[in-house]
Design a protein around this ligand. Structure first.
Ligand SMILES: Cc1cc2nc3c(=O)[nH]c(=O)nc-3n(C[C@H](O)[C@H](O)[C@H](O)COP(=O)(O)O)c2cc1C
Length: 323
């Protein structure tokens, strides 16, 4: 008898509508630009995906500084969607991405539904654009709330975008809601191929010496980094229970062990965000650690890990190496 061939892992992840990531670890929107700067520092072609900076109908200068502030185990940002606008992205950046192995998914933001529709229409069919990630954590100028804070507003936005583009459509959910599962279910029914969970949490940092918020304007910002990991994990598990479409987990991932926690509670893929600011190779190190874990576990398909966490009160021994 010959020994069985060792299991070889298929690390690909299918996010739907033809968007198949070469592996499950990507980089999060707003923390990796459009890929060009980091290309000088790390082998970005090994990444599972690059989720671009938020891209709007027209260029935006962003908010006045300071735009970021350090917090305990995290950071607060109020960048204000600084970006060159969709025309520059489609005509200048996408042709460069078209020669890349790593898929680039364009993160899209707007103030109203016609704005979202205009951006995705301009990107539709453009070589180099692998898909669209819809940031619905944007204030809805008609209703005052973020689209992502109301399941019906979120669904209306996604329906309109779905009609406007054949591209793979990932909807990035806001965590600043009562039940993120309800929003996930609404956008899945409206035509999302996948969801990213989560965007930043609303936060505030105050200078006692100055008796005022540290960030300008409203003073609030989006909280990211290790501080939000337990919150993001709970959100991913809730969304996994609510929908059957793929879930991309994001929030506070610094290490492979962090990422693996997201997979076992239900993520199909993950994004590394804030960790890249301290270590540009963070996502690649997370990827290598995940692949080593999969090999040690004898996994054949990456997706075999998905949602394998047992109930908190499950009896018996722990499972596998490093458990
Ligand atoms: C400086 C900064 C800019 C961001 N810009 C965007 C953006 O344009 N669109 C978006 O959907 N998310 C944006 N995010 C949110 C991240 O993509 C991610 O969802 C969040 O930071 C949580 O992940 P992390 O803790 O790994 O950073 C931004 C985050 C940071 C820190």
């Amino acid at each position: 008898m010959t020994a069985a061939a060792p299991a070889t892992l298929d690390p690909r992840v299918d996010l739907g509508r033809g968007l198949v990531l070469p592996n499950p670890v990507g980089v999060a929107s707003g923390t990796f630009g459009y890929g060009f700067e980091l290309e000088q520092l790390v082998d970005i072609q090994r990444l599972g995906a690059i989720f671009s900076k938020g891209t709007t109908p027209r260029s935006r200068p962003g908010n006045r500084p300071p735009r970021v502030a350090e917090t305990t185990a995290g950071m607060l940002n109020a960048i204000g969607l600084q970006n060159p606008g969709v025309e520059a992205v489609a005509s200048e950046y996408a042709p460069r991405w078209a020669g890349w192995r790593v898929p680039v998914v364009v993160n899209v933001a707007a103030e109203d539904i016609p704005g979202y529709v205009a951006v995705v229409r301009r990107l539709a069919g453009v070589p180099g654009v692998a898909g669209v990630e819809l940031n619905i954590s944007c204030p809805n100028i008609a209703h005052g709330l973020d689209f992502g804070q109301d399941p019906q507003a979120a669904a209306r936005c996604v329906e309109a975008v779905r009609r406007a583009t054949p591209a793979p459509l990932i909807v990035k959910l806001s965590p600043n809601v009562t039940d993120i599962g309800a929003v996930a279910a609404a956008v899945a029914a409206a035509g999302a191929d996948a969801v990213s969970v989560v965007n930043t949490y609303l936060g505030l940092k105050v200078s006692l010496a100055l008796r005022r918020p540290v960030l300008p304007g409203a003073g609030t910002g989006g909280l990211s980094g290790p501080a939000i990991k337990p919150l993001a994990l709970a959100a991913v598990r809730r969304v996994r229970q609510a929908v059957s479409i793929p879930v991309v987990g994001v929030g506070g991932i610094q290490t492979a062990a962090d990422a693996l926690e997201f997979f076992v509670v239900g993520a199909d893929a993950v994004q590394v965000g804030t960790a890249t600011f301290r270590n540009p190779a963070a996502a690649l190190e997370v990827l290598d650690g995940c692949l080593a874990y999969a090999a040690a576990q004898g996994l054949r398909r990456w997706t075999d890990l998905r949602a394998t966490a047992r109930p908190a009160d499950a009896p018996g021994p722990t499972v596998g190496p490093g458990a």
